[in-house]
Design a protein around this ligand. Structure first.
Ligand SMILES: [Zn+2]
Length: 443
């Protein structure tokens, strides 16, 4: 039976190690989708994975769209545990975003009980950044398998960056004696996040759909067939924040800790550690193992495969490592001569987002009171940072944000405009008779 008013999910089709799932959406929410064909590719054999598991990667990415839009999702068969946790996930989102109704349902014609062997093995999402490394080091006794996803932070068109990320993660897995697996999917490309933002942005604190909704449930769900193949019973998603920051966010213990399928349970790991707390953990590991562990935190457009050492996140991580007496130059960053003056300038002139201030305050608290203990080359900077009053920065109003954005756009345009005028002048000179006469004379 076909329900006209819902999102109808067709049965998954396996092609080698790729799962393809087509779906149809009602007219009123068509604007939220760019594609109605979803795929996810694994580097492991998925032949024996039941359809009721194979459908989870798509469901975990489109269910929130359906819940926000008040539309049911209809599927032929689904895993029993996954089906049963749906009200809990909805309650988690409702807790974060109380204005969303979250009343629509997942309708399954068959609910299947799936069980794998109780292996006790674990796995984790792994990007190579501070959060993932801290999770691994905390769980190092279990040697979790590392799952890295292509199509999230690195887009599917950026093959060069992906190769860098892949090679980096293979190297790091070898160093940590862990196994690494790669997953590729168009899960971010099927959604029109711009339309979703326009419609629902005000309900999710102005966040982008990815940050506010998709990046927890959606990423974890992609891993379900692979956890089934590898008999993984505990799956860790590294926490980005702590309760102290108190910012509703798409990956949150209220949601992540509720996710289950077959006999796999998901754990939102290290929610008790602040970012600097995680850097402390990683630094201790580096010191104890005399390790040259490489850290990758940067998502700047031109540097997807490595760190730019200039953006706010890179600078924050570099300073965090320095506070722990670790030289960032040996761990994936490049600290240039003007680094400290640039950071200082950015903080003083409010160039970096107001939302990042809690992270800087977190670092500030960990700068030792006895600054003399710190390496002389950055002692002055850390002394300044320790005493800096971040509270004088006032949260920018919506209007200030708009004016700033317009200012940035205009400055880009004006640079382009000036360039054009210069180019035009050169062209006019080249075409001028003086130039041509001089050239012929020369010849
Ligand atoms: Zn960077």
């Amino acid at each position: 039976m076909k329900y006209k008013e819902g999102i109808n999910v067709l049965n998954p089709v396996k092609f080698e190690n790729t799962v393809i799932v087509d779906f149809t959406v009602p007219n009123n929410i068509e604007k939220f989708f760019k594609d109605q064909r979803f795929y996810v590719e694994y580097d492991s054999n998925i032949n024996n994975i039941p359809d009721s598991i194979l459908v989870i990667p798509l469901l975990s990415n489109i269910l929130p769209v359906a819940w926000f839009s008040g539309v049911n999702v209809i599927v032929d068969e689904v895993d029993e545990k996954f089906y049963n946790i749906i009200p809990n996930i909805q309650a988690g989102f409702k807790n974060l975003y109380p204005k969303v109704k979250m009343e629509s349902k997942l309708i399954a014609k068959k609910i299947i009980k799936n069980e794998m062997k109780e292996s006790g093995r674990s796995a984790q999402l792994f990007s190579g950044g501070i959060d993932s490394l801290a999770t691994y080091i905390r769980r190092i006794g279990e040697k979790p398998n590392l799952f890295t996803i292509w199509g999230a932070d690195v887009n599917l068109y950026d093959k060069d960056s992906w190769e860098k990320v892949k090679n980096y993660n293979i190297k790091i897995a070898n160093k940590l004696e862990a196994q690494v697996f790669f997953i590729k999917s168009n899960f971010t490309l099927i959604l029109n996040t711009r339309s979703l933002g326009e419609e629902y942005g005000h309900l999710i604190n102005g966040f982008h759909w990815w940050a506010g909704v998709q990046h927890g449930f959606g990423l974890v769900g992609l891993c379900s067939p692979l956890t089934y193949v590898k008999e993984i019973t505990t799956f860790y998603i590294p926490a980005s924040d702590t309760a102290e920051f108190n910012i509703p966010w798409g990956s949150h213990p209220l949601i992540d800790n509720e996710i289950k399928w077959a006999n796999t349970e998901v754990v939102h790991e290290s929610y008790d550690l602040s970012r600097q707390g995680k850097i402390h953990l990683i630094s201790r590991f580096i010191k104890e193992n005399k390790d040259d562990l490489q850290i990758r935190v940067c998502w700047q457009a031109d540097h997807n495969g490595g760190n730019c050492s200039k953006c706010e996140k890179c600078c924050r991580t570099i300073v965090g490592l320095l506070v722990e007496n670790i030289d960032p130059n040996f761990h994936g960053f490049k600290v240039t001569g003007d680094f400290f003056s640039n950071v200082k300038n950015n903080i003083l002139k409010d160039f970096w987002a107001y939302d990042t201030i809690p992270y800087w305050k977190d670092i500030q608290k960990k700068i030792p009171l006895n600054i003399r203990m710190v390496d002389g080359r950055h002692r002055d900077f850390l002394f300044w940072l320790k005493n800096y009053n971040f509270d004088k920065h006032i949260k920018p109003s919506f209007h200030t944000k708009i004016i700033k954005s317009i200012g940035r756009i205009l400055s880009v345009f004006s640079k382009k405009f000036i360039k054009k005028i210069i180019n035009l002048k050169i062209l006019m000179y080249l075409l001028s008779s003086d130039f041509l006469i001089n050239t012929f004379n020369f010849l």
